[in-house]
Design a binder for this molecule. Structure first.
Ligand SMILES: Nc1ncnc2c1ncn2[C@@H]1O[C@H](COP(=O)(O)OP(=O)(O)OP(=O)(O)O)[C@@H](O)[C@H]1O
Ligand SMILES: [Mg+2]
Length: 240
């Protein structure tokens, strides 16, 4: 992948929680209009990588670029202004606020156009319009995930980073979430996603990285990795 196309470029990023590094010199790039997936076993450091990119923890080495401009070590709010939206694995909505209030808060860095943006997002997530005045805590798991995605999109991000959006959801909702993610991708957003279901994730990913023990292990098109023996043996399983 050529670097000019990369919306997000992560170069040899090292980060952790004060002890030994959890991710060690990890590199990746993500293009607009593409789904870039990060897969790997539990504890590989996938969430830590996303947190380091999104400014929730400070990398100890390496660099992060958005649209070619370096943003390494910037706080989350600055990164949001630079076009990075991050939807964490848990606690990604305010349960005591209504759907609309959550979206209003999601748009806090916008100078204008909050109402218009909410209207656009209601077209993409019709369920949310119907639930606009309900508290987020009363939504189903699937609806709450939709709200978390919509909140992330309030700032019109260039890069949308998603940590296991379908965790804990029923298969019906998992399919719906992928449909929405494909729609988001088609609006020219660079989607970066971590998911547990490796097979389904690789099917959707234009490009994917396998992270093992905090390091880059493999990368390729989702399609190619689905055929890779190591990936199949470790994470996908063979269809007998
Ligand atoms: N806040 C934290 N403080 C200290 N260590 C942490 C913290 N969060 C995660 N870790 C450690 O970092 C390592 C990687 O965790 P991380 O959550 O990044 O992995 P993951 O690939 O996202 O795993 P999973 O698939 O289970 O979500 C683990 O050993 C974990 O115990
Ligand atoms: Mg994780």
């Amino acid at each position: 992948m050529s670097n000019e196309e990369a919306e997000l470029r992560v170069q040899e990023l090292t980060a952790g929680y004060g002890g030994p590094p959890i991710i060690d010199q990890v590199s990746l790039t993500a293009r607009r209009g593409a789904i870039t997936a990060i897969v790997g076993p539990n504890g590989a450091g996938k969430s830590t990588l996303l947190k380091a990119v999104a400014g929730l923890i400070r990398p100890t080495a390496g660099r992060v670029f958005v649209e070619g401009k370096e943003v390494t070590g910037q706080p989350t709010e600055t990164l949001v202004r630079r076009g990075i939206a991050y939807v964490p694995q848990v606690e990604n909505v305010f349960p005591d606020l209504t759907v609309r209030e959550n979206l209003d808060m999601g748009g806090y860095v916008r100078k204008s156009g909050v109402r218009e943006r909410i209207e656009q997002l209601f077209l993409l997530f019709p369920d949310l319009r119907a639930s606009a005045h309900r508290r987020a805590s009363t939504l189903s798991g699937g609806q709450r995930t939709m709200l978390a995605l919509a909140r992330g999109l309030m700032v019109d991000p260039a890069v949308l980073i998603l940590d296991e959006p379908s965790a804990g959801l029923s298969p019906r909702f998992v399919g719906l979430i992928w449909e929405r993610i494909e729609q988001i991708r088609s609006t020219n957003v660079a989607v970066v996603i971590v998911e547990q279901n490796t097979r389904e994730t690789l099917r959707h990913a234009q490009w994917a990285y396998v992270l093992v023990l905090g390091r880059n292990r493999l990368e390729g098109t989702g399609h190619d990795l689905l055929e890779n023996d190591e990936v199949v043996d470790l994470y996908v399983g063979r269809l007998s």
